[in-house]
Design a protein around this ligand. Sequence first.
Ligand SMILES: Nc1ncnc2c1ncn2[C@@H]1O[C@H](COP(=O)(O)OP(=O)(O)OP(=O)(O)O)[C@@H](O)[C@H]1O
Ligand SMILES: [Mg+2]
Length: 144
Amino acid sequence: MPTVRTKSPEETEALGERMGRAAQAGWVIGLDGDLGAGKTAFVRGFVRGVGCGARAHSPTFALLHEYRGGRWPIFHLDLYRLGSADELHSAGLDACLNPTDAVSVIEWFSRADSLAPFLPSLHRIHFRWIDEFTREITHDLPGL
Ligand SMILES: Nc1ncnc2c1ncn2[C@@H]1O[C@H](COP(=O)(O)OP(=O)(O)OP(=O)(O)O)[C@@H](O)[C@H]1O
Ligand SMILES: [Mg+2]
């Protein structure tokens, strides 16, 4: 899988922006990696790339943020506090797993790993902390 190293938060945002420009309706992008690995930084760029004006921030406490005004609405979820995949259903968030005319980016997607086989348009991105300013980012979006 393609792997890139970024040397600053801005570089990670730029990667997110590139992927946001390429994103197609229906995509679900699962982001994983340790605390502070750069997932939200990536989403900040991604939101710009899709053309939404808003500045993304972590939805850790809200579970879901929506960004509008771009090519598609973006559902930004953070599953850090999720106990099990069933809770997504109870919280009424199923639509975010099957976004027609929207895209979803989901931090800590591994919390809902059991759902992966049912998501045909799922992409995965993994963020690894290398040192204070370096992150290794592995993704399944060849050409980006
Ligand atoms: N190359 C880099 N890419 C991204 N962030 C970087 C990089 N170098 C340093 N940072 C810093 O690392 C932190 C990344 O935080 P961010 O909130 O994006 O992580 P996260 O993966 O979303 O964490 P959490 O799991 O807590 O949501 C920021 O403080 C950012 O400034
Ligand atoms: Mg985050």
